[in-house]
Design a binder for this molecule. Structure first.
Ligand code: APR
Ligand code: PHB
Length: 393
């Protein structure tokens, strides 16, 4: 089977689906190829914090109905250490900007629904995806679906296939420079059927390690504890997880953590990863295919959204007028934000986690930093403007 499209998009995560949506609004045709099933991509438990700029873009492009109804606006977060909470007043410090709690899987559901209602072509459960001719004018994607070989000829290919995808590796060796940092800790995350014990997110620094109390809805809590990156999940029965969470989140004023049935649990490692440039020939990388940030800044999804916004704008200029300037600037414009966000996510991670540290020098620095952001308005404002997300440029 031979078909053609203007933009071949690999991956139906938030990056690929939103790109397809934004291109559609500009009258540009795309085909999305995804190895997993629709159900799988819609049920995968991922992050849940949307920056103001992400929400604005989703609302401006017709994706805001359910988000406005079900999303929870948060105007502050709490940093908790030494048994005390300190509120960072995100909105007061940023001229009214806020974050929204709305699970990534809800964003993916809304995107799939909008794309399919508009007649989009999204092929789920494809396999053996291969890219060729990316340095020529008509790059090609070969893939298999239902045991049939397909050839999709494109004007451009967008590699939105996440960290483990095939797009990045299709770029000839010697072109990309890779930057990687592995943090010496992982996160054990749970989704629990219990009302959150807090209205705002709590980031807790404790001698036993970091803990985070987040949420998905008034009935569902999302919590994390720092563990070793190679920790075995089988060592963590539900009781042990709740016990550890309640120790790390405890306060001196008797605040209590409500527990409940754990619906899902898993361990992820924290890493920073960037490739430069995010483009080769007619292949453009976006989202996790090009960069990973440690989860402490809650930025992965938001960065992916920024990438595809820039990519859609650049491709639109090319399809309208043949102008190549924006496409040439794609990587530089994205990477500027990627590195800002790497720095912020690294700052949050280094400030809040317990390190396997010898003489306690680092933990003294961490305490000094926490006390500074909780007492200086300038320092708090810096954290807040990064947390709600710097304006898209
Ligand atoms: N062919 C087609 N699809 C693929 C392939 C392949 N060879 N390899 C992977 N995929 C799909 C994955 O199954 C996944 O659905 O690409 C999609 C990539 O989606 P995400 O991993 O969600 O990445 P992205 O869209 O960049 O979103 C970034 O998602 O992973 C989180 O923390 C991350 O929140 C961030 C956001
Ligand atoms: C989440 O709700 O999943 C979440 C919140 C904040 C983070 C990371 C993850 O920093």
């Amino acid at each position: 089977m031979n078909t053609k499209t203007q933009v071949g998009i690999i991956g139906a995560g938030p990056a690929g689906l939103l790109l397809s949506h934004l291109l559609h609004l500009e009258g540009i045709d795309s085909v999305v190829l995804e190895t997993r099933s629709r159900k799988y991509v819609e049920e995968r438990v991922r992050a849940g914090v949307l920056e103001q700029g992400t929400v604005d873009l989703l609302c401006e492009t017709g994706l805001g109905d359910r988000l406005r109804r079900e999303g929870l606006v948060h105007r502050g977060i709490e940093l908790r250490f030494d048994g005390r909470g300190h509120r960072i007043a995100l909105s007061d410090l940023t001229g009214g900007r806020a974050i929204w709690i709305y699970g990534q899987k809800q964003v993916v559901k809304d995107l799939n629904k909008a794309r399919l209602a508009a007649g989009a072509t999204i092929h789920f459960e494809v396999n053996d995806v291969r890219l060729s001719g990316i340095d020529a004018t008509s790059p090609v994607i070969n893939y298999r679906k239902d045991d049939q070989e397909h050839i999709l000829t494109c004007d451009f290919i967008a590699g939105c296939d996440g960290f483990h995808g095939v797009s990045r590796d299709s770029i000839p060796s010697g072109i990309l420079r890779t930057y990687q940092h592995d943090y010496p800790f992982g996160w054990l995350g749970i989704l629990a059927a219990v009302a959150p014990s807090t209205e705002e997110l709590i980031y807790a620094s404790h001698d036993r390690g970091f803990a985070l109390h987040s949420l998905r809805s008034p009935e569902i809590s999302r919590l994390y504890i720092q563990v070793d990156p190679d920790e075995d999940i089988n060592e963590w029965p539900d009781d042990r997880i709740w016990q550890e969470l309640s120790i790390r989140l405890a306060t001196r004023d008797g605040w209590t953590l409500a527990d409940g049935p754990i619906l899902e649990k898993g361990i992820t490692s924290l890493r920073s990863f960037v490739v430069e440039p995010m483009q080769y020939g007619r292949l453009f990388l976006a989202g996790d295919a090009a960069h990973i940030v440690p989860a402490t800044g809650a930025k992965g999804l938001n960065l992916a959204v920024h990438d595809v916004r820039i990519l859609a704008e650049s491709l639109t200029a090319w399809f309208r007028t043949g102008a190549t300037e924006l496409l040439e600037q794609y990587s530089t414009r994205c990477l500027r934000r990627v590195w800002r966000v790497q720095d912020f996510s690294s700052f949050m991670s280094l400030m809040l986690h317990r390190f396997p540290d010898g003489d306690g020098f680092r933990s003294r620095l961490q305490r000094a930093q926490l006390e500074y952001v909780c007492s200086s308005e300038a320092a708090a404002r810096s954290l807040a403007e990064n947390y709600v997300g710097l304006p898209h440029v």
